[in-house]
Design a protein around this ligand. Structure first.
Ligand SMILES: Nc1ncnc2c1ncn2[C@@H]1O[C@H](COP(=O)(O)OP(=O)(O)OP(=O)(O)O)[C@@H](O)[C@H]1O
Length: 661
């Protein structure tokens, strides 16, 4: 197993909101907004899939932008009103001509109305579009903040590429929807309502005819909406899988190449492309049925108005001006109505994307709330000095005071694990009552067979995972009392994977302490033997390393990770076989440097190599989920049959063969 990102990596990140609280941004999924995260894998509650529900959801998203939205609505309303007055002016102009007294002044008035309508409409549209951008910006902030703070086990359950696509692809679609659909809906509904009112005023009979044809189109559109939404959900899902599969292949590219699996990977990714294509085509099919339905309704209503209206003008029931005005209103109805129908389709598409965003926002984050002060009294022993660490499994353990946590030498141990039980899956324990102590100075080596649970112990110490029961004490203080960030502040981890990030060598070294003084940087560069590496690179410390530090050798990457960890001057340094990728010269030099470090802080080292266990002050043998033996290397060789077997199997004895990977 490899450890996830070292906690020292996380320290350079911008301050995250307190656990259990939502990051800044608009309100979103109820599960997220409620503060208490939903259970892993939980998505949003099943919801109403109607257009009304979609509009309500989109409207909830606009919280914080409502003032701009109101102003936009006023401007849009004004623009619609100005548009609706124009046919009345045109009618008056035509009727005045019919009466033989042409009112020419109405023409410049008409032009002025048109220009004002255009300017007001543009202002309203801009404000609405800005609201769309603002909503999506808030969602992206929320998503990024949440995705960086999920519980570690949640990352095991989701694919990184898919999560990334929710921040990129899904929000892109949502931006289009919020900006476009919201604009179209507001403008369309207001303009259509105004046109309908005036058409009612001019001729209710003609309006009834128009309403019947539009209603027929609306029925067709409504029947297509759920299909559009389902297809859009499939498209977004396939795009997420596509991103995840591509990431999988690119990350393991040397392995893919060497196994000549490019075609197989391309086929696999191609299947996602095809699924997205199929779903996209289905959406297009449904949308293409929608457009003619709307056009037919519009053209049909025009024809009906022309025929019936013409007959009514001939019968003197309406004036020619009435018919012109009605036809203009009918044409004004066309655009807003098709906008409304298009917006309804877009909204359904957007809801597909929003479902995925919503589900990501509901993923559970790491809980780092400081524990509520507990009343202590006779029922709790009556001393009032103890603190309790409630394990997630629900078992309470009395955590010792600093005095109770004393190392044999009398000093408070840097780390104390007591009766820790843990399993990744229920009923499959990895640790079964493990207890160990790491004194504040010196080296402790943790050894055990592959799969014994050494990295799991590190994951618990780094607070990536919570024990099912048992207690962790840092400097004598229970982990539950300190909170995750406080625990992590005390330690640094160098895992099997060095976790270099895209950026310069200097940025990687100073990741945890970006404002480290030059002499401190110089100290760790020297300790980790990186001077020669920096001198060789064209830009020295300012040279850019590729993704995952790809421009450095594995040993160099490991030394960068060690320098980064040392820069934090941790109280507890966790190292997973720090010399695994080093040549003998570098190994000896680093080992000497670590001797110096061990005089200042506690070192807990997962050891596979003889050199590492030999230099340890104490070796702990992890077996069957507990520390089965504990002592110096030489003692254990004579005292513990299991340790001897392990050493002879080549994991800790030079004569037994090559070092373990
Ligand atoms: N994320 C995980 N989900 C489920 N099981 C896991 C996970 N990580 C590790 N395990 C299991 O937990 C057990 C202990 O794994 P761990 O990586 O801690 O062993 P290890 O002693 O560090 O092994 P190695 O020396 O090979 O690195 C193994 O059986 C492993 O399969």
């Amino acid at each position: 197993m490899t450890l996830p990102a070292a906690p020292s990596d996380a320290r350079g990140a911008p301050p995250a909101p307190a656990a259990g609280q939502d990051p800044p941004g608009p309100p979103h999924a109820p599960a997220a907004a409620g503060g208490e995260p939903a259970e892993p894998g939980a998505g949003p509650a099943p919801e109403n899939r109607t257009v009304r529900a979609a509009v309500r959801r989109m409207f909830q998203l606009t919280a914080g932008h409502r003032r701009g939205l109101a102003l936009a609505a006023v401007l849009t309303l004004a623009a619609s009103a100005l548009g609706l007055v124009q046919p009345l002016v045109a009618k008056e102009f035509v009727d005045s001509g019919g009466r033989g007294e042409v009112r020419w002044l109405l023409l410049p008035a008409l032009a002025a109305l048109f220009v004002t309508e255009a300017v007001t409409g543009a202002g309203g549209r801009f404000l609405l579009e800005r609201t769309g951008e603002g909503v999506v910006r808030g969602l992206r902030h929320s998503l990024v903040a949440r995705l960086l703070r999920l519980r570690m086990k949640t990352y095991d359950e989701h694919r990184a590429g898919d999560l990334v696509s929710r921040v990129t692809t899904d929000t892109c679609l949502l931006r289009e929807v919020v900006a476009q659909a919201l604009v179209d809906l507001v403008v369309g509904v207001l303009a259509a309502a105004g046109a309908v009112a005036l058409m009612w005023w001019i001729d209710p009979l003609l309006l009834l005819l128009v309403t019947l044809t539009v209603a027929a189109a609306a029925a067709v559109v409504t029947s297509l909406l759920s299909g559009i939404r389902a297809a859009a959900e499939r498209t977004q899902g396939a795009l997420g899988e596509l991103a995840a599969d591509l990431e999988r292949a690119l990350r393991a590219l040397p392995m893919v190449r060497v196994h000549r699996a490019e075609e197989r990977e391309a086929r696999r990714i191609g299947e996602r492309v095809d699924t997205a294509y199929g779903a996209g085509v289905r959406t297009a099919k449904l949308a293409s049925v929608m457009s003619p339905a709307v056009e037919l309704a519009v053209q049909g209503s025009f024809l009906l108005v022309l025929v019936i209206g013409g007959m009514r003008v001939a019968a003197d029931a309406d004036s020619l001006g009435d018919l012109v005005a009605f036809l203009l209103y009918a044409s004004y109805l066309v655009m807003p109505l098709s906008s409304v129908f298009r917006a309804a389709g877009l909204l359904q598409k957007g809801m597909g994307a929003f479902q995925r965003i919503d589900a990501a926002l509901a993923l559970p984050v790491e809980d780092d709330r400081p524990p509520r002060p507990r009343r202590t009294g006779p029922a709790h022993g009556g001393t009032g000095t103890g603190t309790e660490d409630r394990a997630p499994g629900g078992t309470e353990h009395r955590a010792g005071s600093a005095a109770e946590g004393c190392a044999p030498g009398g000093a408070t141990p840097a780390l104390d694990l007591r009766d820790v039980h843990f399993g990744y899956h229920p009923g499959r324990p990895v640790l079964r009552g493990l207890s160990l102590t790491v004194p504040p100075r010196g080296r402790v080596a943790l050894v055990g067979r592959s799969g014994a649970g050494k990295s799991t112990v590190f994951a618990l110490i780094a607070r990536f995972r919570d024990p099912d029961s048992g207690t962790l004490l840092f400097d004598g203080r229970p982990a539950g009392e300190l909170g995750r960030r406080e625990c992590r502040k005390r330690l640094a981890v160098v895992g099997q994977v060095p976790h270099l990030v895209h950026g310069t060598l200097l940025e990687n070294i100073t990741y945890a302490v970006p404002d480290a003084p030059p002499e401190e940087i110089d100290r760790v560069v020297g300790l980790a033997n990186l001077r020669e590496v920096a001198d060789r690179l064209p830009g020295g410390l300012h040279s850019t390393l590729g993704d995952h530090g790809g421009r450095l050798s594995a040993g160099e990457q490991q030394r960068v990770a060690i320098a980064r960890a040392l820069l934090t001057r941790p109280r507890l340094l966790l190292l997973d076989e720090p010399t695994a990728h080093l040549d003998p010269v570098n190994e000896a030099e680093l080992s000497a440097a670590l001797d110096g470090v061990a005089r200042e802080c506690a070192l807990l080292v997962i050891a596979h190599r003889l050199a590492t266990v030999r230099t340890a002050d104490r070796v702990l043998l992890l077996e069957n989920g507990v520390i089965a033996a504990n002592g110096r290397h030489e003692d254990l060789l004579t005292r513990s049959a299991s340790y001897r077997r392990l050493a002879l199997a080549g994991r800790a004895e030079p004569s037994a063969g090559p070092a373990a990977p």
